[in-house]
Write a protein that binds this ligand. Structure first.
Ligand code: HEM
Length: 327
């Protein structure tokens, strides 16, 4: 009797294990090969055209992907619009500066005519994020697909996005909650090789920093002075700010070189140099761009694997969950 019981228990454990693994369906590089073979061409042509019209697009789309994946997994919850009764993620404070959602809308419209109701908005962001990196001079990787679009989006969740004031331990913790390690955190922070920050995200580092220091003492003095001039007090230009490295439209390893020179824009960026757990990675990437590219591609695949709810759908319009089309 006892061996039979043990056998049944083992069978149940196996069954539960199988159910659990099936419920987290694997992503695939060839997920749409049969159902939408034109997918990658449509995404890359649309994103390239938009970037040619507006050079801010690549940085914005890369950041959009990161912010999407960090809240409820990579489920395009960042694309849903607010309604009369719900303030959506995109209207949460850190996302107000995430723009260029129209590019994803354009891709989606083209895909709905080429292969209707097939490609999720979450997969579109993931492919577009790879494309903006590659077209800016960075690495190429094969994007895994098969994500579903979520139906929930709440502005209040955005408090869980990492702030530019975090220290290394807090950054490590924030990434660990999404299954990403220390190396992934330092590598993905290299996304700051593209783009721009408004003064509000770093101004506290360059005015009345502390009782002893007018500016953050970790900063290169001339760099700090430059930021003070760009963001004077009293502060009245909401558009003013600073590029995140000295080659902000090129995807390269300059961000890491700037950090070693005390020219990180955010306190969180600069802190990567101060801590023994992260400094060696910064140094390795500053020395070897091809190593950074290889690791960035690998960490982006891991970021793209942060999973949302499995009860998702393929939205018809990236801004609206499908049930709302019925009303
Ligand atoms: C490590 C934690 C991170 C923090 C604290 C952080 C914080 C920020 C902040 C405060 C801004 C400026 C927003 C503004 O004022 O307009 C910004 C911009 C940006 N972030 Fe991050 N970020 C982090 C990680 C990442 C990651 C992992 C990526 C992508 C892989 C990324 C990509 C970007 C890009 C491309 C921009 C420029 C956006 C633009 O030009 O519109 N960030 N980030």
């Amino acid at each position: 009797m006892a061996p039979l019981l043990a056998k049944n228990i083992i069978q149940i454990i196996f069954l539960l294990f199988t159910i659990f693994s099936l419920s987290k369906a694997e992503l695939h590089a060839h997920y749409y090969d049969q159902t939408c073979p034109q997918l990658e061409k449509i995404v890359s042509e649309t994103v390239l055209e938009a970037s040619n019209h507006d050079p801010k697009v690549p940085a914005r789309i890369l950041r959009m992907f990161f912010h999407d994946c960090f809240i409820r997994g990579c489920d395009a919850s960042i694309l849903l619009d607010s309604t009369a009764t719900n303030q959506a993620e995109k209207d949460g404070p850190p996302n107000v500066s995430v723009r260029s959602f129209y590019v994803i809308d354009d891709v989606k419209a083209k895909l709905e005519s080429a292969c209707p109701h097939t490609v999720s908005c979450a997969d579109i962001i993931a492919i577009a994020a790879r494309d903006v990196v590659t077209m800016s001079g960075g690495p190429y990787w094969s994007v895994l697909k098969g994500r579903k679009d979520g139906m929930v989006s709440k502005a209040s969740d955005t408090v869980n996005l990492p702030a530019p004031t975090l220290n290394v331990s807090q950054l490590i913790q924030s990434f660990a909650k999404r299954g990403l390690g220390v190396k992934d955190m330092v590598t993905l922070s290299g996304g700051h090789t593209l783009g721009f920050s408004h003064c509000s995200s770093f101004v506290a580092r360059v005015h009345n920093f502390s009782l002893l220091h007018a500016v953050d003492p970790r900063m290169n003095k001339e760099f700090a002075l430059g930021l003070r001039n760009k963001c004077p007090k009293p502060f009245n230009n909401g558009d003013a700010g600073q590029f995140l490295d000295s080659t902000a439209s090129v995807f390269d390893n300059d961000y890491y070189k700037q950090l070693l020179a005390g020219k990180g824009v955010f306190s969180s960026d600069q802190s990567l140099v101060d801590d023994y757990r992260t400094r060696w990675i910064v140094e390795a990437f500053a020395r070897d761009q091809s190593l950074f590219f290889k690791e960035f591609a690998a960490s982006m695949l891991k970021l793209g694997n942060v999973r949302g709810s499995e009860n998702g759908e393929v939205r018809l319009n990236c801004r609206i969950p499908n049930w709302r089309h019925k009303y």
